[in-house]
Design a protein around this ligand. Structure first.
Ligand SMILES: [Zn+2]
Length: 272
């Protein structure tokens, strides 16, 4: 068995690979052990995913959506307690309430005395564009998603490993080789958007992430992933986004992520 990134023997590898990190709420999109070797798995966790997860935008969405780390810990973020003696403090939020640092005891006293009756949580609307770590992260997710699509077919796994057309993207993800790999980024629905599927899921739900492959008329292939309403698109063979942008234009800017019976029911989305 060969690793889809470094192409070394991965038969003795023990870890499964989360295509989207667990710390972004992924519990089901997983590649079996050996597809990505332990050494690549470890490298991505430390050098790519961790850096993305710690970016202000991703930290902010994890904080506001109570998404825990893979060890089950909540992610703290700066929160404002509007009062002249209040100010900014590190806060851990969950469904039941919030926790503040013991060094911010004075804020706790102000709340108890009824002098503060709200907390202000900033919303970071989008990640910074053209970010090198986000780009390498997308490259990693793209290769893994492509593999997931065909993972029950042994010959095809080998085709992913040996496909030279995928080498620039895989080496960019794994070794940072080559120049910055362009991607396209935009918000397609609000962070509070809810969806409903009368056939499969008649109760409202939110979508943490969804993804697909787009082939344009020109036979250019893009990997498209939406993470909490932000759509990212990356070309699998070369660093460009022009064909994607013209595809969007031709399709009235509707996302290539296909919805069948599913539809959006509400979108509460406010700009700061
Ligand atoms: Zn490897």
């Amino acid at each position: 068995m060969m690793c889809i990134f470094c192409k070394k023997d991965s038969s003795s590898s023990k870890s499964v690979e989360h295509i989207i990190p667990e710390s972004l709420g992924n519990k089901s999109l997983i590649l079996p052990k050996g597809i990505v070797c332990d050494s690549c798995n470890n490298y991505f966790a430390r050098k790519v995913e961790k850096k993305v997860l710690e970016k202000p935008y991703f930290k902010n969405i994890r904080y506001r959506n109570f998404i825990t780390t893979k060890r089950g810990r909540l992610v703290p973020d700066k929160t404002l307690f509007p009062h002249k003696d209040g100010g900014w403090a590190n806060v851990w939020l969950d469904e039941k309430g919030f926790i503040i640092d013991s060094k911010d005891q004075h804020i706790f006293e102000l709340i108890k005395d009824g002098k503060i009756n709200k907390l202000v949580i900033p919303i970071i609307e989008q990640p910074k564009e053209n970010d090198c770590e986000v780009s390498r992260f997308l490259a990693k997710v793209a290769i893994e998603f492509l593999t997931d699509r065909i993972k029950n077919d042994d010959d095809w796994i080998e085709e992913i490993v040996t496909k030279v057309e995928l080498d620039p993207l895989r080496n960019y993800a794994r070794y940072g080789e080559g120049n910055f790999w362009k991607y396209h980024q935009r918000r397609i629905y609000g962070q509070d958007a809810r969806f409903l599927d009368p056939v499969y899921h008649p109760e409202p739900y939110e979508i943490l992430h969804e993804m697909d492959i787009l082939y344009t008329e020109e036979m250019v292939m893009y990997f498209v992933v939406v993470i909490m309403g932000i759509e990212f698109a990356i070309n699998l063979a070369q660093s460009e986004t022009d064909y994607f942008m013209s595809w969007l234009k031709k399709n009235n800017y509707v996302s290539p992520i296909k919805r069948f019976t599913e539809h959006m029911i509400s979108e509460k989305y406010q700009k700061l």
